[in-house]
Each structure stands twice: as structure tokens, then as C-alpha cells.
Design a protein around this ligand. Sequence first.
Ligand code: ARG
Length: 462
Amino acid sequence: MAKVEKSWEKRLAGGPDQLTVDFVESLSIDKRLYKYDIVGSIAHAQMLAEQKLITKDEFKQIKNALIEISEEIADGRFVFEKEVEDIHMAVESALVVKIGDVGKKLHTGRSRNDQVATDIRLWMRDRIEIIQAKITLLQKALIKLANSYSEDIMPGYTHLQRAQPVVIASYVLSFVEQLERDFIRLKNCRDLLNVSPLGSGAIAGSTLSLDRKSTAQQLGFLDISYNSIDAISDRDFCAEFIFGCALIATHLSRLAEDWIIYSSNEFNFIRIDDAYCTSSSMMPQKRNPDVLELIRGKTGHVYGSLMAMLTILKGQPSGYNRDMQEDKVHVFAAGDTVEACLDVACAIVSHTTFNTKRISAGLDEGFLDATALAEYLVGKGVAFREAHGIVGSLVADCEKQNKKLGELTLEEFQKYTTSIEGDVYENLGAVNTVDKYATDGAAGRKQAKEQIEYWCEKLGQR
Ligand code: ARG
């Protein structure tokens, strides 16, 4: 491809040192924005034609050449030279090579500052929709899993100590709730960023009669931005996007951590399909949950991106500064990592089974029914704090005798309080406890089934 002289080579004597060229280039990172850059340029050129700043024929030439460039990049025929700095310059110089002086009119009333702010918004809008679709797929896989275990009970943990019994479906559905908030967070981020900065120029807009509403409309933005200085100078939406990704990663990491523990010999609560395990190069018996461990590990990258993005922004004086170019490194990395994690999480969830036999065999351990017993006493008119103390003593007693609460005789119970009567046994044991859960959103079978119905209906519409 013929070399196009950069317009600022007239201003800077001798051209940049090779060190400078290598250091300032962002093409290696931002070339993936090419489609958005080209779409944005076509909209800009159309607006220039509408405003009679270029002729209709010039617009056609520009548009056709830009489409050709897009095709060349897509087919891998386009030669990227890092000397051109970034994707904006790469496309513009290719345009000038193709159509000569007419190509030099494309940048009328535009700066790379508003151009890059537009490109990254366009990219992010699409990316958010893709991530949202992946979230929905994972939610659906979780609901399917929950539905298979809407009768089965497992221990619920706090402090990783046995707490109260829960329906397995409820446990699984807890992740659906978390992911739903992740979905909404991304929607809010998309709504906020969905304004067009194009026409804000380098910092102050332009003296030319640009029609910003036309480009905004062509590009599907909901509105234009209303302050040119802000439009080219903030990337708060990038930090927000990465924060959204970071919370998705957090939620996936906690699921991964649970399942790493649950698939250990000690727990043996779940079986992750062989397809999502790896073995050891030395120990032939091993079946390791490496995929889950990497979901947990990769969360660190996303947090790193968030910290990097915030730090890039914090010290910049108002207006565009080249620091901003680093945004894409972190925005892309966070998006890519979270997409990959959502994909594998979805596959694992779809291929995991709970060992219900093994789980129910251990449900008598750990006094999962103790809180229900205290609440039984509340039903008999005992103050809760009092009831809490009585059950605490009963549990301590049971531990000494190596008994479950349900194995105590009525006499033994009544040594502590006569408020305990013969009906107490219907309130003991994990199954009885779960079936007595009465509050909305509790971890009982009835509530879980209602929730499954709710989610099927809601996600069915997505
Ligand atoms: N590659 C730059 C970026 O990503 C484009 C904007 C450069 N603008 C400038 N005035 N140097 O931010």
C-alpha cells in the first residue's frame, strides 16, 4: 500500500523516533474496532453531504471505498502498518490511497478524540448485548439444573459451617438472582453510554455546521452528548462496563469456589462431567476441577482491569489526554475474559449432577433443624432469645451424648422446658424443617418451585 504522509508531519520536524512510533501505536489493540470506525465514518460522511460540506458524489466515493476497506480487513487482505498509529488513521490513510483527495475530506469537522469516543461506545453497546445473551443462557442452564432438584435437600452453609437445610433448587437459583442483577447493571451502563459524542471534535466542537443529530440517529444513539469537553474527556462508562464485568466474574468465581469444594472427596456433593475436568501429569487417579479454578483465577484479571481503568482516569486534567488510549486494553480484556468465563460456566452447569443420595445421607449431621426448633418454641409462646438459649443447651447436650435433636426423648426435652410437647418431632429433621419454611423467598420446596416458574416465564421472553 502506498504511504500517505501524515498531516502533522508538516508540523513536527524530522518525524518521530522509532521508539516513539512503537510506544504510541494502539493499532495492535484497537484494530478490532474497525467495523465501528467505518460505520461511524460513513455516518459522518453522509452528514457532511447532507450539510453540503462535501458533494453527494464525494460521499458515494467515500462510502464505497470504506466498505471495500471493511471487506479487506474482514478477509485478512488489509495490511496494517503500525506507523499509522491507530485504527482511525489506518482506515483514513487506506481511504486516501483508494480515492485520493476526496478521501482527505472525510475528517472534516472531526477529531480522533470524538471518533474514538464514538467507536468505543458503538463497540460496547454490541458487546453488552452479547454478554447479556450469555448471562441469559447461563441463567437458563441454572434453572434447568434447579428444576431437576426441586425436591432434594442439602445443607445451607454460613461461615462454611452447616446452618439450615435448603432445597438444592434454591441454592442453584441464588445464582440466577445474582446474574439478573449483573444483566440489569449492564443494561444501565448501556443506557448511560448510549449518546453520541460525534461532532464534539477535539474538545470544543466545530465552526462548521455539523448536524450532530443526524449522525446520532444514523448510528442508533438515543441522544447526542451535550457538552463537547465532557464528551471527549470522560471514560466513566468504560469503568462502569469493567465494574459490571468484575461483578459477573465475582459471582462466577463464588459459584466456582462452591463447586470446587462440593466436588472434593470430603464433600462429594456434585459430579462435574469429565469433559470439564483435567488430570494430573503425575497422579493417575486425579480428576481436577481446573476449569472452575480458572474461572476463579481469571477474576483477578478483571479486577486488575477495573483498577487500571480507574487509575487511568483519576489524574488526567480535563480534555482528551493520550492516557485515554489505554482504556481499550482493559475494556477488551475484561469483556473477553468474562465472555469466556460465562461460556464455560454455562457448559459446566449443563453437565453437573448433584449426588442426592450422598447429600441426604448426611443431612442429620450438624443440627440443621436447631433454628426451626427455636422457632417452634416461639410458636409455643417462648421469647425467641429464651428459645435460642434452650436450644443451644439442647444441642450441647446432644453433642455430649452423640445424638441428633430428633433422637432426644420428650422427657429429655422437657428437662429444659415444658413448652416442648409431643408435636416437636414433626418439626425436627431437615425435611420437616424445609417444608415448614413459610416466608416469601425462603429456601423451601414450595418457594423454589414458584421461583422456577417465575424465571421460566421471565427468561422465556428474552
Ligand atoms: N488512539 C487514540 C485513542 O485511542 C485516538 C485518539 C488520539 N487523539 C490524539 N489527539 N492524539 O485514544
